[in-house]
Design a protein around this ligand. Sequence first.
Ligand code: BGC
Length: 246
Amino acid sequence: MHALGIDIGGTGIKAAPVDVATGKLLADRQKIATPRPARPDAIADVVKQLTTSFSWSGPIGITFAGVVTDGVTRTAANMDAAWLGLDAGALFRKATGNQVRVLNDVDAAGAAEMTFGAGIGEKGTVLMLTFGTGIGSALFIQGILVPNTEFGHIEIRGRDAETRASERAKELHDLSWGKWAGHVDEYLQHIEALLSPHLIIVGGGISKQSDKWVPRLTGIRARIVPAALLNDAGIVGAAMSTGTGG
Ligand code: BGC
């Protein structure tokens, strides 16, 4: 019932052992700065370090900010190109000496939200979107995940959506809350036209300030709620992905 969750982010790699039945962390999480360049071997070293520092032996779930099929990392929009086509499952298994499951970062966070956070009991179409360096998505239908959706990369006004509506786009172009919320609203209108979700859960660091922008999303029919687990969702979802919850 216990697994180690490791969440690989653009700035930090965070880990903690998790009770997957309750979603509770079993120890304080540890964080190590993401090495630059974020190449596979350097990241695998950090993953090894974190595993050792918890004296962990058992299943490990690890997130990655890209498409992951059968342990192979397939895209790397904001990651080092060396991840493309890499068997990350094998790399981390070798580094840690444990059984490893690798999955998309927002699929992990979304699974944690559906079980322990803002999506509990939601049966309809639920879309989790995170606004950070990029825009990540996780789609649930009747509580079941459709893995590896990449709705941050739909095209809006001839550009990749995450270059207009991510948190990074707000910082990079110094957009006011009003201006940026307008970009997010336009993005969500496209998403709504394609998927008609009942509920949209918005996550990423900027969801901590959801009162500044969610009320401005006036063009959307779906309910929009901020993520509930914030910092820990990736760790918890990574641990859940190992299937130790039964
Ligand atoms: C990637 C997604 C990822 C998201 C959030 C996007 O650029 O394509 O796979 O989930 O960023 O990290």
